[in-house]
Ligand binder design. Structure first.
Ligand SMILES: *Cc1c(COP(=O)(O)O)cnc(C)c1O
Length: 421
């Protein structure tokens, strides 16, 4: 029996209706930007396996650092115990995080990092005797699939069974130059009249909303209003973190720094699942007390797993090398040139780019698009490129290390796709 047939017997895949999509492609190895399937076909991973493997798959510097620690310290409880990999990682992060970030809390994935942030914000107020329970979020945001993260995400047709159990959330439109005053008014009314605990947002780019991009200075205005009204700000940088926007963090594009930042995805360079919720001293201080109950009683068994910490530490080192920074600039420049080439194509409605994130909206109606999606996906796979269009948007978020010729192959495949739609 093939791997694909064996898969069908017992595996239940995420985000999948198995009756409609029964087949899952077996990938047997991954190296650099290349995924290889069980028949030996190769695909360029142009979305870095959901924005994780930014230094290339099985990066040898990262794997060597993980191997070094593998026989020394595998796992230990992180309450009451600590270890060098976590300490060194915290120090490395302090070098690059926005200066107001002082404390680092570990969890296992992007969704849990968001749930931690929400609980931190709620308890921050609770510890100070304030009852604030509402969270303000941006429409169309995506923050994950656990209950808290799902609640603050944009409304989805898939949320039906759970909506009655969501935490209390108010959503405001994403600000743009035309609606900014309306959004500000709506936000001010909320924070002045309701018990708003926190404001959560994906800074500058909404990943799951087809790489929707919005201006830093507009977000800056909302953050300022939040801070004036004692509302805790949470930047979900699970997707944007670690270099993708051309700076280490999207929050660096902002003048007003968020109090809490969520990080995961490329934190370990794709080697191990791990996430961080970082916060300012002010947030931490609200938990620091003689009373035990004022502490933050949230924890996961694998918090700060030493092997994942080693992978993250190696990733941080790689990100800061001159070579990696040059790679980032090279990809940014390359996308700009590609943009000039395709932006006026009749099948292209609009294009946008921030850092190494490039997105292109197709100029076709969504009804027609329904049947096209699978066709497009298959076209990309046939040409040896792994791209995953979102709605009628094709986007590239490839590893920083993608070579010039690999990039050209991705562009060519997209140009061919424009001819078949
Ligand atoms: C992917 C993502 C999450 C959820 O992360 P998981 O590791 O899949 O739980 C949360 N926020 C943003 C912005 C993301 O892109």
């Amino acid at each position: 029996m093939s791997l694909q047939e064996r898969d069908k017997k017992h595996l239940w895949h995420p985000l999948t209706q198995h009756k409609i999509h029964p087949n899952h492609l077996p990938i047997v190895s991954a190296k650099g930007c290349i995924l290889t399937d069980d028949k030996g076909n190769e695909y360029i991973d142009a979305i870095a396996s959901w924005y994780t493997c930014m230094y290339g798959h099985c990066n040898e510097f990262i794997t060597s650092k993980v191997k070094e620690g593998l026989d020394t310290l595998d796992q230990v409880v992180f309450s009451g115990y600590t270890h060098k990999p976590a300490i060194e990682l915290s120090e490395a992060l302090m070098d690059i995080l926005p200066k107001n970030q002082q404390k680092i809390f570990f969890s296992d994935n992007g969704s849990t990092s968001v749930d931690v942030a929400i609980k931190m914000a709620l308890q921050y107020h609770f510890n100070q005797g304030e009852k604030r329970g509402k969270i303000v979020a941006l429409e169309g945001g995506f923050h994950g699939d656990t209950f808290g993260a799902m609640s603050v995400s944009g409304l989805s047709v898939y949320n039906g069974p759970f909506e009655d159990f969501f935490i209390d959330v108010a959503r405001i439109p994403i600000p743009n130059k035309d609606n900014i005053q309306v959004v500000i008014d709506q936000f001010e009314t909320l924070v002045k009249n309701e018990n708003v605990a926190a404001f959560i947002f994906e800074p500058l780019v909404q990943g799951a909303s087809a790489m929707y991009m919005y201006d830093a200075h507009l977000l800056d205005e909302l953050i300022a209003i939040a801070h004036e009204n004692g509302v805790v700000t949470i930047a979900d940088e699970v997707m944007t973190g670690f270099g993708k926007t051309g700076k280490n963090f999207a929050s660096e594009h902002l003048n007003n720094k968020p109090e809490i930042i969520c990080l995961s995805k490329s934190l370990t360079g794709g080697i191990a699942p791990m996430a961080l919720t970082t916060c300012s001293q002010k947030i931490y201080d609200a938990f620091y007390a003689d009373e035990i109950g004022k502490g933050f009683f949230h924890g996961h068994t694998y918090s700060a797993n030493p092997l994942a910490c080693n992978a993250a530490l190696a990733s941080m080192k790689l990100l800061q090398t001159e070579e990696m920074q040059e790679n980032i600039q090279r990809v940014i420049q390359s996308h700009k040139e590609f943009n000039t080439k395709v932006k006026d194509h009749p099948k292209v409605k609009s294009t946008r780019q921030l850092g190494i994130i490039f997105a292109l909206d197709l100029n076709i109606e969504m009804e027609r698009y329904g049947n096209l999606r699978d066709k497009l996906f298959q076209h990309f796979m046939r040409t040896g490129v792994f791209l995953r269009p979102l709605g009628n948007t094709i986007y590239i978020l490839a590893p920083f290390t993608i070579s010039k010729s690999e990039l050209q192959k991705v562009y060519k495949s997209i140009e061919q796709a424009l001819e078949i739609v």
